[in-house]
Design a protein around this ligand. Structure first.
Ligand code: CP
Ligand code: NVA
Length: 295
């Protein structure tokens, strides 16, 4: 899939138009219960670039309010080729996947953000060639973005570290699964409380919002808990001169990351954002090309 993303990115940058776009005539439905800039625009633009179409649906028409998740799935599978869903509870995405006979792509739940991790790790592969033994330190909340980085990074041979304040650690079942994948893929997981210790020798320092979507009521207590977990120049220096910084965005400048770091020469944040487009296009082609029923 990463190789396909390399090819699609080159085609896009070179403005190469294929005579027959790979997803001509295909449609995806995008069910979003949470706001989005990157995920929405990259899936919509991506489908368009592949010759297909995306329909964006918001909470008022989807997922349990107007009709059940099951009934939404049973309708959509008759109309479109895949569903891209961003929900709060992870169970809504798994229910959609269980009920619909078409692919369902997780576009972020409170538990996981796999499309983000795919783009991030693709970005590191682009820079480093190999992912083997690359060290990524995530500084902040052990939730969705960290979970997906741990699952994928470990499986692909990386060392994925996490520095989090007490009480904001990862989900135990995800860690167990990520450890299994890492054992099979040559990677490893490490945990720290002290961010400075955690970044020592890291190739990548990664951070994310202290308060994720849906947790707004906890914002104040989270600001206190995470105040020692800011990625600033001093922390990046502690990682080493070649370390780069990543953030899935949206960023809260002055909270989890400083503007100096975000806009500085060691930031690869905009590259990872750009790569959402190409990796998701590769995913869509993987899932949808050649799936038109023959009968
Ligand atoms: N990183 C990310 O998923 O951004 P959006 O929430 O804007 O889609
Ligand atoms: N952890 C963040 C990621 C946003 C892309 C959230 O869930 O809001």
């Amino acid at each position: 899939m990463f190789d396909r993303a390399v090819q699609l990115k080159a085609e896009y940058r070179g403005a190469t138009l294929r005579e027959t776009p790979p997803l001509a005539g295909r449609t995806i439905a995008m069910l979003f219960q949470r706001p989005s800039l990157r995920t929405r625009v990259t899936f919509e633009a991506g489908m368009n670039q592949l010759g297909g179409h995306a329909i964006y649906l918001t909470e008022d028409v989807v997922m349990g309010a107007r009709e059940s998740v099951r009934d939404v799935a049973r309708n959509l599978e008759r109309f479109v080729d895949a569903i891209v869903a961003r929900t709060g509870p992870h169970a809504v995405v798994t229910e959609l996947a269980a009920q619909a006979a078409i692919p369902v792509i997780n576009a972020l739940t409170l538990r996981e953000h796999p499309c983000q991790a795919l783009a991030d790790i693709f970005t590191l592969r682009e820079r480093h060639g190999s992912l083997d033994r690359l060290v990524l330190t995530f500084v902040g909340d052990g939730n969705n973005v960290y979970h997906s980085l741990a699952l994928l990074g470990g499986a692909l041979g990386m060392e994925v570290r996490l520095a989090h304040p007490p009480g904001y650690g990862p989900n135990a079942s995800i860690v167990e699964r990520a450890r299994q994948l890492a054992a099979a893929g040559g990677g490893r997981l490490e945990f720290f409380e002290d961010p400075t210790e955690a970044v020592r020798g890291a190739n990548v320092v990664y951070t994310d919002a202290w308060t994720s979507m849906g947790q707004e009521a906890e914002a104040e207590e989270r600001r206190d808990a995470f105040s020692g977990y800011r990625v600033d120049t001093a922390l990046l220096d502690a990682a080493g001169p070649d370390a780069v910084v990543m953030h899935c965005l949206p960023a809260h400048r002055g909270e989890e990351i400083t503007s100096e770091v975000m806009d500085g020469p060691r930031s690869i944040i905009w590259d990872q954002s750009e790569n959402r487009l190409h990796v998701q296009k590769a995913l869509l082609v993987e899932l949808l090309a050649g799936t038109v029923a023959e009968e």
